[in-house]
Structures are given as C-alpha cells and as structure tokens.
Ligand binder design. Structure first.
Ligand code: NAD
Length: 438
C-alpha cells in the first residue's frame, strides 16, 4: 500500500521502455512518440499527455494537466528497446504493419531504423501461426530467463538508463489455466529449470523483468504475471505489475455503453459482437487455442458490470457472443459490429447497432505510453505488486486474489484519478457536493 501524499522520487535521467514484440502496436507507439516529440502530431488518446485532473471544490477552478500534477517522465527522456522473433527493425516492421502513412514514417525513419529487436524467447506451441528466426536457445527455461535478464542489464548500461519498464505487446499466447507450478515462487522456479509446458514465454519475460526490479505491464490476455508466483515475486522485489489485455475497440465501447444501460435499469437479452481484422494479430487469433485466450478476456466484462445476481430480472439470462474473423483486406483497420438486444418499461424490446470502423493500433498506442509512464511513476512512489488503479487500460484487469475486477470505465477512471490525488495528498473527490448548498 501507499501512504497518503508519499514522497515520489523525481523522474530524473532516462527511462527505457522495453517492448516485448515489435509489431503493429509497438511500432505505432514508438513512431508516434518520435513524431510527437518533433511536433508532427498530437498525443491524442493519451491521458498522461492530454488529460486534466480536478482538485478541490468545483468553485476552486483547479484542473491541472495530469503531467503537471504528478512527476512523469518527459517524452524526450525515453529510449526504446524491443524483442521480436523477426529481425526487422522498427522502421521495416512499421512499414509491414501498414498502420501509419509512409510519409510520417519517413520523417522518423532514423529513430525507427535504429531500434533493432533482441532475440526472443519463443516456442511455436504457444503461438501456433508464427514461425520466427530471431529466437534464443537455452538448455532450459531458467537459462532463457537469465538471458533476458542479461539483455535488460546490457540495455540499461548501453543506453545509460536510470529506470526501465517492460510492456508485453507481443502476440496472444494459447489459453493456459493457473496450475500448481504457478502457485509459489519455488514451484515456478523449479518449473523453469524443468522447462515445464505450463511456463509460457510471456511468463519468462515477466519473471526476468520482476527479478531485474523493473515494472511489467501485460497488454495481451495471456495469463503471464497473473499467477501467485509472480505477484508474490513482485511484492518481494517491490515491483509494480499490471494487466491484462489493452482495452481498445469493441470492449472499450462495451464498457462505455453497458454502465449507461445499467444506470437506467434497462434490461439486456443479448449482446452479439463480431469483428473483421486483417493484421498479424488477427492471423494469430484465427487459431482456436489463441482465440480462446482472447475470448475469455472479452467475455468477462459484461457479467461484472451488469451484476446479474443482483438484477436477475434484467440481466439474469442474457446471451453474450464474441467472434473475431481474420479477413486480410482490412489490415489493422478493424471493423467491429455489435447487435444489442435490450428491453425497457414493461419489457418492451429495443435494439442498438454499433458499427465501429476503428484502427486497432491507433487505439492501443497511447495506452502503451500511459502504462509505461504510470508504471514508472508507481515505482518511484514505492508502489508494488498488482496496480489495480490501472484497470482503466485493460479488458481483464488484474486484481488481488478473490477480488472481482472493476470493468466500468467510469469507475476505473475515478479510481485512477483518486489514486493520483491520494499520491499527492490531495482530497479524494466523492462528487457528494452537498457543501455547495449549505
Ligand atoms: N491493437 C489493439 O487494439 C490490441 C488490443 C488489445 C490487445 N492487443 C494485443 O497486443 C498484442 C500486439 O498486437 P499487435 O497488433 O501489435 O500484433 P502484431 O502481430 O503486429 O505484433 C506482435 C509481435 O509480437 C511478436 N512476438 C510473438 N511472440 C513473441 C515472443 N515470444 N517474444 C517476442 N516477440 C514475439 C510477433 O513476431 C509480432 O511481431 C497482441 O497480443 C494483441 O492481441 C492489441
């Protein structure tokens, strides 16, 4: 836990952001930061760069920018590192991903071309559709973890970094359930030596990050650090961790709309969501074992927002279906359709249709930036273990054992901002407001 108004170490020196996976999301993020630094574009979608925070009473008119309220790393002090199973540098990878225009990429080509991925920890069994050549070899999984730890320390010294954070933006791994080998640090480390199949590559990176004392955020739905062994290790090593699965297109819409329907006590018969997506993520998710991990993450949100147990007459029996179809012509420009069957007064039925023509990586890139900056802040504020206040960014937020996650995006935002107020010793905002009428 954190004390009220704790001392936060200043954001001095360089912050290294280590990206696992140098695909569409990572390259859109890196190119975007470089473009923003040069004044070529605005950091739209980033709370740390554009958001404000109200302090005190409404009559006080105090709403500083978040980045002026808490000490965040400056964009000019960031350096990037990455691992990928392909050898393409960030410029070539961004060109292949096809998210950003060539013109923009050409203007930051030097910075992008200088970002070359380190060899990855990878096993095809966990991502069925990919075959890469830039992969580490080792006699067991512990040896691979040691190699990642060496990469981290080499990167830190070569780039003169004061602090580091790691963000998983690599492909979604197959569905894994928590098992005995994840139950304690000892069991986990033994399983690393035994190269146990329940230890996925993402867990090896997370373990290496935590052991190196650097915060770890998981942008995909893989189990990864959401296991007792790694949450305990994070507590022990005083490292903040968070996840899972960036909340971007369709699920973002769902967690905006569902709290609204529930706030008016409108009932739900069913919510059918389907997507067409043509990027590499779509290709990976076309495999049923990889899709299952994503499906679990996407399905969980409605139950928690609507609370069917408390409102059986409204939400006791709704059908929730989520599909992703790999359709190459669309590339990263996903289209998500939702058909929502709702009912109102006296049970009269209505329908809502959403057709969201979104851009997956454009929505995800600012989340990578915010998470990296907030995780670095959390570490300087001596926060450790699971950072539930960052649920705002995730489809399947990591929480303490036995605690259900908060999915309502408005509650998540309040929680995030109140955490920042708490860190700075400012009064929390309850929105009671009776004092204005005294
Ligand atoms: N874009 C979004 O809106 C969004 C939202 C939520 C989650 N995500 C997740 O973020 C991740 C990245 O998405 P993307 O669109 O950039 O995908 P992508 O396929 O373009 O990039 C992923 C990269 O990870 C690499 N990779 C795979 N396994 C690796 C490993 N073990 N080590 C290092 N590199 C590895 C791949 O080679 C690839 O270059 C995916 O898991 C995706 O599901 C994306």
């Amino acid at each position: 836990m954190i004390e009220k108004g704790v001392e936060i170490a200043p954001a001095e020196g360089k912050l290294g952001i280590l990206l696992v996976g140098l695909g569409a999301v990572s390259t859109t993020f890196v190119a975007g930061v470089e473009a923003i630094k040069r004044g070529l574009a605005q950091p739209v979608g980033s709370l740390t760069q554009m958001g404000t925070i109200r302090l005190g009473k409404r009559t006080e008119n105090r709403s500083p920018k978040i980045k002026d309220f808490v000490p965040l790393a400056d964009l000019n002090d960031i350096v990037f590192g990455a691992w990928d199973i392909f050898t393409d540098n960030a410029f070539d990878a961004a060109m292949k991903a096809g998210v950003l225009e060539k013109d923009l990429l050409n203007q930051v080509s030097e910075q992008l071309a200088g970002l070359k991925p380190m060899a990855a920890v990878f096993e095809q069994n966990y991502v069925k559709r990919l075959h890469g050549e830039n992969v580490k070899a080792g006699k067991n999984k512990m040896e691979l973890a040691e190699q990642v730890i060496d990469d981290i320390s080499r990167f830190r010294s070569e780039n003169n970094c004061d602090r580091l954070v790691m963000v998983w933006a690599a492909s979604t791994e197959i569905f894994l359930e928590e098992s005995e080998v994840h139950g304690s640090i000892e069991a986990f480390e033994k399983a690393l030596y035994d190269s146990h199949p329940a230890i996925a590559p993402s867990m090896i990176y997370a373990y290496a990050a935590i052991r190196s004392g650097i915060p770890f955020a998981n942008g995909a739905p893989n189990l990864t650090a959401d296991i007792p062994a790694l949450t305990k290790l994070a507590e022990e090593k005083k490292v903040p961790i968070c996840g899972k699965d960036f909340k971007t297109g369709q699920t973002l819409m769902k967690t905006i709309l569902a709290p609204g329907l529930k706030s008016r006590m409108l009932g739900l018969d069913g919510w059918y969501s389907t997507n067409i997506l043509g990027n590499r993520d779509g290709e990976v998710l076309d495999d049923p074992e990889n899709f299952k991990t994503k499906e679990e993450s996407k399905l969980s949100v409605l139950e928690h927002i609507l609370q069917p147990d408390s409102h059986p007459e409204l939400y006791g029996n709704f059908s929730h279906v989520v599909r992703i179809n790999y359709y190459p012509p669309r590339g990263d420009n996903k289209e998500g359709w939702d058909n929502i069957d709702i009912f109102g007064w006296l049970g009269y039925k209505m329908q809502i249709k959403i057709d969201f023509l979104c851009r997956d990586s454009i929505l995800a890139a600012p989340l990578v930036l915010d998470l990296a900056l907030f995780m670095d802040l959390a570490q300087r504020a001596k926060m450790r273990g699971v950072q539930e206040w960052l649920s705002f960014y995730f489809k399947a937020p990591q929480t303490a054992p036995g605690l259900y996650p908060e999915h309502d995006i408005f509650i998540q935002l309040k929680k995030l901002k109140n955490t920042l107020r708490h860190m700075r010793g400012e009064e929390l905002i309850t929105h009671l407001g009776l004092e204005y009428y005294d």
